[in-house]
Design a protein around this ligand. Structure first.
Ligand SMILES: [Fe+2]
Ligand SMILES: [Fe+2]
Ligand SMILES: [Fe+2]
Length: 455
C-alpha cells in the first residue's frame, strides 16, 4: 500500500522516459545488426545477433506501451534529443573493435540499464503496472547483455586501446550529459560536440569477415548435401556433414544483416521477425559447433566457407538476397530432401546431440518459412512466383563462381572430408570405412547452394 501511495510518474513523464529507452534500443538494434557481418570475431558475431534480437523485441514492447498511454506514437521515429543520435552515430561508426565494444558495453548498455532501473524505482506498480512489467522484462535481458559486455571488454580491450580511445569515451560522456542521461531527466549540458568517428557518414560494410579460426574460406571442395542423401553412405558419418551444414549457417546471419540493414521503411514487425530469424541462424551455427565438439573434432581444421554470404552481400540487391533466402527455406520443407529428412537421419544415428540439434533446427526452419511467406511473398503475388524469382537470382549469383575462386588463387578446393571422417572415427574408436573415406563429390558439376540443397 505504501509503495502504491508514495511513488509514481505521470503518464507524460513515463512516456518521456520510455521514448528515450525506445530510441536507444532501436539504435542499438541497428548497430548490432549492421556491424555483425564484417565483425571477424566469432563470439561477437554471434552475440551481436542475440543482442540485436533482444533490442528489437523490446522496441516492439515499448512502442506498444506508449501507444496505450494517450500518446499516439508521435515522435517515435526521431530521436527525443539530437545528442542521443550523436552518441549512437559515434558508436555505429566506431573505427575498430575495441572502440565498438567500449561504446556499446561500457557506455550505452550500462547507462541504459541504470535508466531502466531508475524508472522501475519510481514507477507505480499499481497505476502503471503494464509499464512496470515491460521494464522488468527488459531489465532482466539488459543485465545479461551488460554482464557479457564486461567480459568482452576484459578479453578484448587492453590499457593501450583504452588510452587510445580516452578522448572519444569522454566525448560520449559529454553527449550523454547533453541529452540529460538515458532517462532524459537530468539537467542537460551544452557541450560543443566535435564528431570523431561520425564525422563522415556511416557506410554499411556487408563483406563478411571471419577470424583466424576460419580458414580457407573460399573452399567449396566438398558437397555435403549430396553425401547426406546417398543411400550407400552410412548414417553416422552423415551427422558430421550435418554439423558442417549447421556451422556453415554462420553465413545466414551475415547475409540477413545486409537485408535488414539495407531495407528501410518496413513495418516494425518486419524487423522483429527478420531479426528473430537472424538470431536463430546464429544459434544453428553454434549448434553445429557443439556437434563437432562432442565428436572430438577440432572444427577449425574444416573450411567453413563464407562464399554464400560474400556473393549475396556484395553482388546482389537486398530484395534479391531475400528472394534467395525465401526460395531456400521453402525448399527445406520437402519431405525427402529437407529438414524432416535430416532429423530422421539424426534419429537413426542414435546420436542424441545430433537428434536434438536437428529437431530444433527443423522447428526453427518451419518458422522461417512462415516469416518468408509473411514478409516476402506479399510483395510478390504468389508463392510460386516468389520461389521462381529466388531461383533465378541464385543462378545469376553463383554459376561459375566455384572455378573462379580457384583460378584467382583463393583456394584449392581441398577435399577435407577424409581428414574429418578419420578424426571422428578415431574418437569413435572404429576403423574408417574405405567407401565412406573415398567420398569426393565436389560442387563443380552443379551450382552450389541451390535452393533445394542448402541451409
Ligand atoms: Fe538451420
Ligand atoms: Fe532459416
Ligand atoms: Fe538456417
Amino acid at each position: 500500500m505504501e509503495g502504491a501511495i508514495d511513488c509514481g510518474l505521470t503518464v507524460e513523464e513515463a512516456v518521456g522516459r520510455l521514448k528515450y529507452t525506445h530510441w536507444a534500443l532501436r539504435r542499438l538494434h541497428a548497430i548490432f545488426i549492421a556491424r555483425l557481418a564484417a565483425m571477424p570475431i566469432y563470439e561477437l558475431k554471434m552475440t551481436f545477433s542475440l543482442h540485436g534480437h533482444y533490442c528489437i523485441e523490446h522496441v516492439d514492447g515499448i512502442f506498444a506501451r506508449v501507444r496505450e498511454m494517450r500518446h499516439p506514437p508521435f515522435g517515435m521515429d526521431v530521436a527525443p534529443h539530437e545528442a542521443l543520435d550523436f552518441f549512437f552515430d559515434e558508436i555505429q561508426n566506431a573505427g575498430d573493435t575495441e572502440a565498438l565494444v567500449l561504446g556499446l558495453y561500457e557506455k550505452a548498455i550500462p547507462q541504459l540499464v541504470a535508466a531502466v532501473r531508475d524508472q522501475l524505482e519510481v514507477t507505480n506498480r499499481l497505476y502503471e503496472h503494464p509499464t512496470y512489467r515491460k521494464l522488468r522484462h527488459l531489465l532482466v535481458e539488459l543485465e545479461d547483455v551488460e554482464a557479457y559486455g564486461q567480459q568482452a571488454i576484459a578479453c578484448l580491450v587492453d590499457d593501450a586501446a583504452r588510452a587510445k580511445h580516452a578522448d572519444w569515451l569522454e566525448l560520449l560522456d559529454q553527449s550523454v550529459a547533453n541529452f540529460g542521461s538515458f532517462t532524459g531527466t537530468e539537467a542537460k549540458t551544452e557541450h560543443a560536440l566535435a564528431a570523431q568517428f561520425s564525422a563522415t557518414p556511416y557506410v554499411y560494410d556487408g563483406k563478411p569477415q571471419r577470424d583466424e579460426r576460419f580458414r580457407d574460406s573460399y573452399n567449396m571442395g566438398v558437397n555435403p548435401e549430396a553425401f547426406m542423401f546417398r543411400d550407400d553412405m552410412p548414417v553416422r558419418p552423415k551427422t558430421l556433414m550435418m554439423s558442417f551444414k549447421r556451422l556453415r549457417e554462420i553465413d545466414v546471419p551475415e547475409m540477413m544483416s545486409s537485408i535488414i540493414t539495407e531495407t528501410e521503411g518496413k513495418p516494425l514487425g518486419y524487423y522483429v521477425d527478420m531479426t528473430r530469424q537472424l538470431w536463430d541462424e546464429a544459434r544453428h551455427a553454434m549448434m553445429g559447433e557443439i556437434g563437432f565438439v562432442v565428436n572430438g573434432i577440432d572444427w577449425t581444421q574444416i573450411p567453413i566457407n563464407f562464399t554464400w554470404s560474400l556473393e549475396l552481400n556484395t553482388g546482389l540487391k537486398p530484395d534479391e538476397r531475400h528472394a534467395i533466402l525465401f526460395s531456400i527455406e521453402q525448399g527445406l520443407m520437402g519431405k525427402e530432401t529437407g529438414k524432416e529428412k535430416e532429423w530422421e537421419l539424426a534419429v537413426a544415428s542414435t546420436d542424441r546431440v545430433s537428434e536434438l540439434i536437428q529437431d530444433y533446427d527443423w522447428a526453427d526452419e518451419i518458422l522461417h518459412a512462415k516469416i518468408g511467406r509473411d514478409w516476402f511473398v506479399k510483395g510478390f503475388g504468389t508463392q510460386a512466383e516468389a520461389v521462381e524469382y529466388g531461383q533465378q537470382c541464385v543462378y545469376r549469383g553463383f554459376l561459375q563462381r566455384v572455378s573462379a575462386y580457384k583460378e584467382a588463387g583463393l583456394t584449392e578446393h581441398r577435399n577435407w572430408w577424409p581428414d574429418l571422417y578419420t578424426a571422428a572415427c578415431e574418437h569413435w574408436g572404429v576403423e574408417p570405412d574405405a567407401h565412406v573415406l573415398a567420398y569426393d563429390e565436389f560442387y563443380d558439376t552443379s551450382a552450389p547452394d541451390l535452393p533445394t540443397a542448402k541451409v
